[in-house]
Design a protein around this ligand. Structure first.
Ligand SMILES: Nc1nc2c(c(=O)[nH]1)N[C@H]1C(S)=C(S)[C@@H](COP(=O)(O)OP(=O)(O)OC[C@H]3O[C@@H](n4cnc5c(=O)[nH]c(N)nc54)[C@H](O)[C@@H]3O)O[C@H]1N2
Ligand SMILES: Nc1nc2c(c(=O)[nH]1)N[C@H]1C(S)=C(S)[C@@H](COP(=O)(O)OP(=O)(O)OC[C@H]3O[C@@H](n4cnc5c(=O)[nH]c(N)nc54)[C@H](O)[C@@H]3O)O[C@H]1N2
Ligand SMILES: [Mo]
Length: 729
């Protein structure tokens, strides 16, 4: 048995404490580690079935190559690591010499423990074109951006995760209310927040407010559930603030001392009467008032916010409006509210930024026309990159891509047709993954196989609960698989030896841990280690570089009116903007496509496009579905379990696309709405039909529009119609 902690691969955000049982070098089963304060013995079905993924016969265990002419064909040849790495080194260096390092783009998927090694690889190579694979960084980034505009820092809900003794720590106080907003915590366990922490604090007496268009398990257990129209959260938050202000339920002293721009904010909120909110958000006016009163009277209050708030074009207004509710009620940095976690290791937030030459920075795609990218974000805009790939401007050629933890055309990307065309235009694409994916099959030329977390060491820290913990190899790698870190260290050394001076990954990990005063092996022996923590750091001056009390914002206060946004030429107030594809913004389109479609609500058994190879996990939810209300189903003449097409406009491109689904007829959705899962392909289907991805992918219905800011994309609010699939279709 090896005591370890999980991160990736396969995909996850957490780092639960685990006991990995192995025999003869093979993982047999995994259990939750009851002694680990983080998950306290609990595990999700995907971790419990991890042996199925590690030992799966479909895993790629040798490097593969394919001729350019054979893209899309299942004609891969096994090669040695030397040949694979030599080829990548030679070709990437050639492109760099001829066209500049920016001609090679580096893409990653969601945040995994390997993320820092991807940024370091891109930047040490000299390419500014490192990007996320999903449209407009529509995950976590928008929330962080909004929090930085309001508070100068990012805050998370306080479940005592920063203390080794958790809820029993004498400093900790159980919240009076958890507002779960656009998050399905117990299914998604997102961004480092363990879902059952919500149920833990409920069991200790907290009330629950849920804001979700679907009746989730948490909504069913809530004191109050608001079945909001997808995409309209900003309006609801302003309406709740309005009630608090009108009824003087907010914390006047805290506002006076620590909030900036209250009068302007209050004037904006005054436009949002409960009746207007009811109309826009499809909720009851009385429930808006009730939610505001519950929120304002239940201190300490925390908001467990999810990706739904990030997944709307130009969404930073909604996140800021929600944070403003916390600000005006003084639910900031107190026990059981929203707190800033200490940073165990800074490397997690973009390792190697200092390695990118200054003149390269200026060439970053997106930085010239998207102000947020220019001034805040350090990634390239994938949306602009796709345009660039299609248009192929002669003055700025793109030639190759590095796709590590990316299954573009099955998951992160939108408008598959355009994405496929864009990446087909590159001369050389490399995939680094565990399994053959539709993306690698469609347009990659080299495939590097990686280890799972059970077969390698790694560092666990970051996100929601800063602690030092290690991932410990329990079994040897299968076949010739190598860890992502080994691969990037080896290639990094070939690209830029001074940036990668370490002999092996252990040395590299120890270098990373050096800022904490320990080396990797000490952390491994003593994990988990926790940093000292204090509340109300804005009082003690620990939040600002100058050591003065206050928040690290231009005014030193929580900015309900943001001077930074004003400086960027964006709206300084969190004004609600109707999303681009709704019955209100597109009344004509809505006549043909009357249903409001949200996509990608998480399932227990899958992580995005992953896990579909495991028969144990697949059995829990074997095919892609679309949830529709029984009334809607009856009107459409659709039965539960029947195959249907979900069809809709691809944003405002003028094109229409569709995806095949099984109808899941359920009263948990509003009759005017539908909800489709994402990430679908069939690993068992014909590789040369790209594993059915084009037929199944719901992201076909979403466009690569950047909106005004290039942050937030419409994964959660588009328009569609639904009709039965005909025989032979
Ligand atoms: N099992 C599993 N876990 C995962 C993942 C996975 O694929 N599978 N993915 C991981 C990743 S990268 C992320 S970002 C997180 C995301 O985790 P979550 O934030 O929980 O994301 P979702 O399940 O997409 O959406 C959460 C809820 O928001 C609701 N919702 C949809 N639209 C709206 C809206 O406009 N407003 C409001 N208020 N609610 C809305 C949905 O009905 C859903 O119940 O999960 C992570 N964890
Ligand atoms: N319609 C719709 N689409 C969505 C969303 C939605 O809500 N709706 N959510 C979006 C969100 S929030 C996100 S973050 C993206 C996520 O998008 P991705 O992160 O791209 O999704 P995954 O399918 O989890 O991972 C992509 C590939 O990485 C591989 N992989 C997993 N772990 C590792 C690892 O450690 N190393 C390597 N080398 N490979 C690994 C997997 O096998 C998989 O093939 O999807 C987005 N897509
Ligand atoms: Mo995500």
């Amino acid at each position: 048995m090896t005591r370890s902690s999980a991160w990736t691969a396969p995909g996850c955000h957490l780092g639960c404490g685990l006991l990995i049982y192995a025999k003869d070098g093979k993982v047999e089963r995994v259990e939750g580690d009851p002694d680990n304060p983080y998950n306290q013995g609990r595990l999700c079905p995907r971790c419990l079935a991890v042996d199925d993924i590690v030992n799966h016969e479909k895993r790629i265990i040798y490097p593969l190559k394919r001729d350019l002419a054979d893209r899309g064909k299942d004609k891969w040849q096994r090669i040695s690591w030397d040949e694979a790495l030599d080829t990548i080194e030679r070709r990437f260096k050639e492109y760099k010499e001829k066209y500049g390092a920016e001609s090679v783009v580096f893409l990653q998927g969601t945040g995994r423990d390997i993320a820092p090694y991807i940024t370091r690889l891109a930047w040490s190579f000299g390419s500014p074109n490192y990007a996320f694979s999903l449209s407009n960084v529509a995950c976590f980034g928008p929330r962080i951006f909004a929090a930085n505009m309001l508070a100068g820092v990012f805050m998370v809900a306080d479940y005592g995760q920063q203390f080794i003794d958790r809820y029993d720590n004498p400093q900790y106080k159980n919240p009076g209310l958890v507002a779960v907003w656009g998050n399905n915590a117990v299914v998604a366990n997102s961004d480092g927040a363990y879902g059952h922490w919500v149920t833990d604090v409920l069991q200790r007496g907290a009330k629950l407010l849920v804001i979700d268009p679907r009746l989730t398990w948490l909504a069913a257990h809530a004191d109050l559930w608001l079945q909001i129209r997808p995409g309209s959260d900003g309006a609801l938050a302003l309406g709740m603030a309005n009630v608090m202000i009108q009824e003087k339920l907010y914390d006047e002293q805290f506002v006076q001392d620590w909030c900036f721009g209250f009068k302007k904010f209050a004037a904006l909120c005054a436009e949002w009467t409960p009746e207007r909110v009811a109309e826009v958000c499809w909720v009851e006016a009385g429930d808006v008032v009730a939610a505001a009163r519950l929120f304002a009277s239940s201190a300490p209050v925390m908001v467990q916010q999810g990706v739904a708030i990030d997944q709307r074009e130009d969404c930073y207004d909604a996140s800021r409006a929600i944070l403003s509710l916390l600000a005006i009620t003084g639910n900031i940095e107190k026990p059981g509210t929203m707190v800033v976690m200490p940073e165990f290791l800074k490397y997690i937030t973009g390792w190697g930024r200092d390695l990118l030459p200054y003149e390269q920075e200026d060439k970053r795609i997106g930085a010239d026309d998207l102000v947020v990218y220019k001034l805040g974000l350090h990634v390239a805009s994938i949306n602009k990159m796709i345009d660039h790939l299609i248009e192929q401007p002669a003055a700025y050629p793109l030639k190759a891509s590095w796709l590590q933890t990316v299954n573009l055309i099955a998951c992160g990307a939108v408008d598959n047709e355009r994405t496929h065309a864009a990446f087909s235009g590159l001369e050389f694409n490399v995939a680094v993954d565990l399994f053959m994916t539709p993306t690698a099959m469609a347009f990659c030329d080299l495939f590097l196989p990686v280890t799972t977390f059970t077969e390698r060491d790694g560092i666990r820290c970051g996100d929601n609960s800063q602690r030092g913990e290690t991932i410990n190899a329990a079994v040897p790698p299968r076949g010739e698989c190598r860890s992502d870190m080994e691969i990037n260290l080896e290639l990094g050394r070939r690209f830029n030896a001074t940036a990668w001076p370490w002999e092996n990954v252990g040395e590299m990990f120890s270098h990373i841990f050096a800022e904490s005063g320990m080396d990797f092996y000490q952390v491994q022996a003593t994990a988990p280690s926790y940093l000292p923590f204090e509340y109300e750091k804005f009082l003690s001056g620990k939040m600002r570089a100058d050591g003065k009390p206050g928040f690290p914002t231009p005014s030193g206060k929580l900015e309900l009116f943001s001077k930074s946004l004003e400086f960027m030429g964006l709206d300084p107030l969190p004004r609600y903007v109707e999303p681009p594809m709704t019955p209100f913004s597109q009344p004509e389109l809505a006549q043909e496509y009357p249903l409001v479609l949200q996509t990608g609500a998480r399932r227990h058994n899958t992580f995005h496009s992953e896990n579909r190879q495991s028969s144990r996990l697949r059995a829990m939810h074997p095919e892609p579905t679309v949830m529709i209300h029984p009334e809607t189903a009856a009107n459409l003449g659709v039965r539960d379990g029947q195959w249907v097409w979900v069809e809709g406009p691809v944003g405002l491109t003028g094109r229409v696309a569709r995806a095949k689904r099984l109808a899941e007829v359920t009263p948990i959705v509003d009759p005017r709405c539908a909800s489709a899962d994402h990430g679908w392909w069939r690993p068992e289907a014909d590789p040369e039909n790209l594993y059915d991805v084009n037929e199944l992918n719901i992201n076909n219905l979403i466009s690569w529009s950047t909106g005004l800011t290039g942050i937030g994309a419409n994964y959660k609010c588009i328009l569609c119609k639904i009709y039965p699939v005909k025989e032979n279709e």
